[in-house]
Design a protein around this ligand. Structure first.
Ligand code: NAD
Length: 358
């Protein structure tokens, strides 16, 4: 299997290195042939190719079985505009790979409950998956424009969804619900937006036709934002559109106490894109203190998608073992109750426990 690795910028290369080392070790132990090819993305691609996501990299991605991406961006490229921004490279690769569903699991184990900004009793039992539509909605809708004279300007975007776009992402959510707790909560703003009324109708129809074994509920996005911080444990799978999903998945991301824990997978096309939720963290880059867990669990999601569930399970077992032992990178360390370790020490402990669990 061919994996394209795009380490990107900031802490991206640091955490990617650990993920690749771990995948190599586990693949060797299982006699699985994994070939890694590395290229640039984001700021490092601007420096090398004068383009944050050149077509040559897109071609390599399409010829791979999966893409593992670190993070892009940083102060060096903050002045760049339009298509020259590192983040526009991310939008391009998502669009080119046709990955219309973004999956973000958020699970808060007992070992991590103390790090959550919520009280332990409020966070206890939280284990959800946010399924966000990624290639449609208001971020891509046409027409969009900004015009007029200064002082009297006018600007608008268009939030548009079609029935097939809603159905395909809803299928992903229902399928995952069957593998998990059997419940989908579809989040919209159907009391105000006609696009949300279509969303709700399509999800309801599809559920009745094909997924009636899954429990379906609907929630307005304002209530969902509130419920996420009041009682996050009520959710199993949250299904939502691009804009609402962007906001809600970041709110859900904070529940675990550090962005450094949260993985993501973008799927739906022939080649999936696997990346941590966090950015390039320029404030801690180059210090060897970044948390590698989000990147490692992203690589576990990749192995699941590539039908290698044993390797995926071993990585997750390794993470649980290291956390249960009290090992924490600086973002989660609490003086007196956990042991502070570096990026490579954390990843080594995870790797050894993962190999042991195979
Ligand atoms: P960020 O996620 O990079 O960092 C936010 C905070 O979380 C920082 O204090 C950082 O030190 C901490 N943090 C993040 N990941 C961590 C980890 N693995 N271990 C320990 N601490 C971690 O977000 P930001 O500061 O808003 O953005 C920095 C740059 O990253 C910007 O250029 C932004 O555009 C870019 N960005 C990229 C992506 C992506 O590549 N998918 C996502 C978000 C932001």
């Amino acid at each position: 299997m061919k994996i394209l690795v795009l380490p990107g910028d900031g802490i991206g290369p640091e955490v990617c290195h650990e993920a690749v080392t771990t995948l190599r070790a586990l693949a060797d132990a299982k006699n699985l042939s994994l070939a890694f090819e590395e290229d640039h993305a984001g700021g490092s691609a601007i420096d090398t190719y004068q383009d944050p996501m050149p077509d040559s990299v897109i071609e390599k991605a399409k010829a791979s079985d999966a893409v593992l991406l670190g993070a892009v961006g940083g102060p060096k490229w903050d002045e760049a505009t339009g298509d020259m921004r590192p983040e526009s490279g991310l939008l391009k690769i998502r669009r080119e790979l046709g990955v219309f569903a973004n999956l973000r699991p958020v699970a808060v184990t007992d070992a991590l409950a103390a790090a959550s900004p919520l009280r332990p009793e409020a966070i206890s039992g939280t284990d959800m998956l946010v399924v966000r539509e990624l290639t449609g909605g208001i971020y891509f809708g046409q027409p969009k424009d900004r015009s007029g004279e200064p002082g009297a300007e006018d600007a608008y975007n268009t939030m548009r969804y079609t029935t097939p776009e809603i159905e395909r992402v809803a299928r992903v959510a229902f399928t995952w619900a069957r593998r998990r707790g059997g419940r989908v909560c579809s989040v919209d703003k159907a009391n105000v937006l006609v696009v949300s009324q279509l969303w709700r109708d399509v999800v309801t129809d599809l559920h009745a036709r094909e997924y009636s074994d899954v429990e379906l509920s609907h929630m307005y996005v304002d209530n969902a934002a509130m419920q996420l911080v009041v009682r996050p444990s009520q959710f199993d799978v949250i299904l939502t559109g691009n804009l609402f999903g962007d906001i809600l998945s970041d709110a859900a991301a904070t529940l675990g106490g550090s962005l450094g824990l949260l993985p993501s997978a973008s799927v739906g096309g022939p080649v999936g894109l696997f990346e941590p939720v966090h950015g390039s963290a320029p404030d801690i880059a180059g210090q060897g203190i970044a948390n590698p867990v989000a990147m490692l669990i992203s690589s576990a999601m990749m192995m699941d998608e590539l039908n290698q569930p044993e390797i995926a399970a071993a990585i997750r077992a390794g993470v649980s073992h290291a956390l249960d032992q009290g090992l924490r990178t600086a973002d989660l360390h609490r003086e007196g109750s956990t042991t502070k370790v570096s990026t490579s020490e954390m990843a080594t402990a995870i790797r050894e426990a993962a190999l042991h669990s195979l």
